[in-house]
Structure formats: structure tokens, C-alpha cells
Design a binder for this molecule. Sequence first.
Ligand SMILES: Nc1ncnc2c1ncn2[C@@H]1O[C@H](COP(=O)(O)OP(=O)(O)OP(=O)(O)O)[C@@H](O)[C@H]1O
Length: 555
Amino acid sequence: MPASVSTRLLLLVGDSLPFYRLSHVSRMTCSRNSVRFLSRISSDREPLSLASLRFKSEFETAKKSRTDKVEKQSPTVEVTKSKVKVVRSEGIKAVEVSKSFEIDSTLFAAKSFTELGIPPLLLERLEREGFMVPTDVQAAAIPTLLKNHDAVIQSYTGSGKTLAYLLPILSKVGPLKNKSPNGENESGKRTEIEAVIVAPSRELGMQIVREFERLLGPSDKKMVQQLVGGANRSRQEEALKKNKPPIVVGTPGRIAEISASGKLHTHGCRFLVLDEVDELLSFNFRESMHRILEHVGNRSVADSRGPKGPLASRADRQTVMVSATVPFSVIRAAKSWGHDPLLVQARSVMPLDSVIASGPVSLSGPTSISSSNPNMPAPGAKQSLPPALKHYYCVTKLQHKVDTLRRCVHALDAKSVIAFMNHSRQLKDAVFKLEARGMKAAELHGDLGKLGRSTTLKKFKNGEVRVLVTNELSARGLDVAECDLVINLDLPTDSIHYAHRAGRTGRLGRKGTVVTMCEEPEVFVVKKLQKQLGVPIPACEFTEGKLVVTEEEKT
Ligand SMILES: Nc1ncnc2c1ncn2[C@@H]1O[C@H](COP(=O)(O)OP(=O)(O)OP(=O)(O)O)[C@@H](O)[C@H]1O
């Protein structure tokens, strides 16, 4: 017997879980308060100012009084402006960045899309679709991308990263774009692909297409073409030929395949977006990604007599990489594929160079971390999780996991649940057990046909299926607003996988709970995840229809 006996703190948690909602009021308050956050930065790992990127001048009329006040408080703003220079030559750009910057936090919390430089037609569509206030990451990313910067966009799951890149694209491509003063690139003149968006799964690709279609409207939805695997390839090729869409969204394999067959002309492309970029860097996609990166926006591949400037060997395109998790591999890749890329987060924009120059990435807060220390937060791991999520773990025997899942769903009165397992062959069994106990469940994995996958997803989204039992396929990007509970029936392989699985709930400030089920000998893995992610994951049990949190007191 140990000398000290641990006491247990019992805390009843049921329907009373705190409900966090993205509040416009609080965001506005934040915006005003954050003017005080305008501070002088002297280290080269600190954020780059939006003002210094010359965003400020565009909002001078609307914001003059506030801006004046800010400039008086902070005489270094003018100096800062001259420290960032955007140089463009024949579409190739370079940014000279100085070591000290100002943060104009007022723009990081813009109260409307109008403040961000979005064209009027697109603003109308946003309003029509109910998008009234940009999220923090959109407020930081949209002006940055509109200024043609290459960027890595990192912010937590469900924070609106898709619109953060989609709106700058639609501001420059297609029928909703700004009319350019010299008439260049006016609609009808360009017949080539202008934007390529790559996503690692068919489901995510289709979700991005739907987001584009929603804003384009029924009459212009042919401006975007899906090129996802599993769909009929010749139909996709025919649509490319017939509709000449300026935007394509697809999976790496299918895009590379159609490009290699000569039916997709992307050399003149202006935008390349890699959504879930850390996943796209995985070995499976290596060959396809290589082709995409070599060809998209790279005229010199098509025409070896192309311009031979200092950047001529690099593609003439804007490269945007997006993920909730940005490991070092992404930072290295961004550096070699982009022109002076910036790291855009919810409330900061900084040169990626400065992140590298300062050694280990400090994306997860002020603590400098070492990638070799497994117990320290992974780069950006904490920032990849929605702040309002509740995390628990529950010790249960393997054979009781599905029953524990059922009790968990009842205890939290969860309406829409995603349960993750590691092996697809076990999914059917779990679904069978749940259905046998009267809980509507369905499996979703890559071995199902295209139709099966989309039917299941539709049923889950419209509430016909309460528990979606799935594998890693659904961990990335899947956006089901109603999902209020994520259950790890099997442990995720690491903190990055945990973050993406967890992020299927609590989207855009909604309530969400994550419960990880494990056997006693696996508890140390949960403890490690807790340290790496920097969030509390207390133990819990399900007793008398309630979730009971059990926290051991330190002895
Ligand atoms: N400004 C906004 N106002 C209201 N809803 C928004 C806004 N921006 C995005 N949304 C909605 O929020 C949801 C989450 O957005 P999105 O899927 O882009 O998140 P994400 O950050 O890419 O998440 P993940 O990292 O999981 O892919 C979507 O349903 C989207 O339509």
C-alpha cells in the first residue's frame, strides 16, 4: 500500500457543460481592447504588422480617427511602413522584411468583411449566405493574401480557414472579382486555370467545392470543377473542356493524372492552395504533389525560354498552405516552395523566415520548444484545438468499449457523434453492436464506394445517423456543425491526429466534448497527449447516466 492514499474529486458534469459561442459582441470588445495590444516588437521572431504590410492605407477613410489615435500613441508606425517593401516584377514578388514591426491589432478583429478589401459583389454574396463577421484567422489572412503574399495559414480546427483563402481567390478570379483598372484579366479573356486547390480526401475536396458553389451561386457554379479521385475521370475531363473553369479543386492523384494527360493546363495558374498541407506532405502523395508543385503556375516548365530573373526557377504563383497543425516539415516545405512566405495565425502575421531563424517553432505560445522533446507541446498543437473543447478520458476494457460509448452518448445527451477507430475492419462490428442496442449508427471508411460514402455522410449530417463510426478518413476537414461529441474508441497515433479528430466537434465556437477510451496500460499515452497538447484531459466515468470526472489529487 502506498504511504499516501490519493483522494478523489468527484465532479458532476452533464448537460451543464459550458457553452461557448462565437459572440460578435465579445469579438468587438476584443477588437477595441486589443488596440492596447499595439506594441513595439524588437525580436525577429515576433509578428509582422498588418499596417506594415500597407493594409492600413486602404482603410484610412473608414478608420481615420482610430488610426490617427493609434499613430499618435505609436510614433514608430510610419517608420515601420517603410520597413516592409513589396516588390513585384512580372508577377513575381519578393518581400523585404525588417526586424522590428508594429502590430495593428484593430484589423485582426475586423467587424465586417467590408474592412478587408473584398469586392462589392462578393460582399453581397457573403451577406446573402449569412456570413456577417469574419473570424480572427479570416481577418488576418484575407488582407495578407490579397496583397499576393505566399502564406502558411495556421489556426485551430473549425475556425474558418477555408473562407480565409477562398475569399481572396474569388476576389481576383471569376465573376465576383474586383474589376481591375487596366482591364487586365477581365472575364472572358482568360481561358486557363487560375486557381488550383488540393485537398487530401475526396470528402474534403467536395466540401471545398460546395463552399465555392455556395458563394458563386447556381448560375456560376460551373466556374469551379471538382477533380477528386473516385469520381468519373472522363466526365471531369469533359467538364474541363466544355466549361473552362478558372478554379479546380481536387485530390493530388486525380489532379496529377489529368495534368499528365495534357487535359489540365495549369502553367499560367495564379493560386495554388494546399489544404491540410501536412497531410499532403505524406509519402502517399509524394509523386502527385511533386508534379503539381512543378507544373502549377510554372511557365518555365512549359516554355524553357521563360524569364530568367533571380526567382525564375521558382513558380510564378501565389502558394498558400493551410492546416490546423503545422509541423516543421511544413515550414521547411513552405520556405522552399514559396517566395518569402508569411505565417498567418488568428492574431498574428509574421515572416516564416523569422520562425526558422529563431530555431524551434514557438507556435504554441511563449515557450520555446524542442521538436525532439516528446513531452513538450508539439508545434502549434495547443493552438490547433478550439479553446472551448472539453477533453476527458475513460478507462474501459476492450470488450466494453462500445457499451461505454453508448453510456457516454446518453450521459452527455449527444445528438451527433463521431467515433474514431484505427482499423476499418472493426468499424462494422461496432456499428452492429450499437444498432443492436437501438442506437442509429453507420460506418464510414475508404473501402466503401463513392456512393456509400456520400450517402452515409448525408444521413449523418441530416441527423438520421446519430453515431458515425469511422477511421482517420474523417479526421481532417470534415465539417459537420452539429457534431457535439467525438469519441476515440482507439487511441490516436499522436497529438496531431488527436487534434484533427477532436476538431470535428466544437466548430466555430460551438460546444464540444472529446472522450478518449483506453485500457489501463494505455493511460500513460493519454498523459503524454495531455502534455503535448497542453490541455487538461481528466479521467471520467459514466455513472447513473452522468459523466463523472475523477481527478486524482497529487500526493
Ligand atoms: N465568418 C464566418 N461566419 C460564419 N460561419 C463561418 C465563417 N467562416 C466560416 N464559417 C463556417 O464555419 C465552419 C468551419 O469552417 P472551416 O471548415 O473553414 O474550418 P477550418 O478552420 O478549415 O477547420 P479544419 O481545420 O477542421 O479544416 C464552416 O461551416 C464554415 O462555413
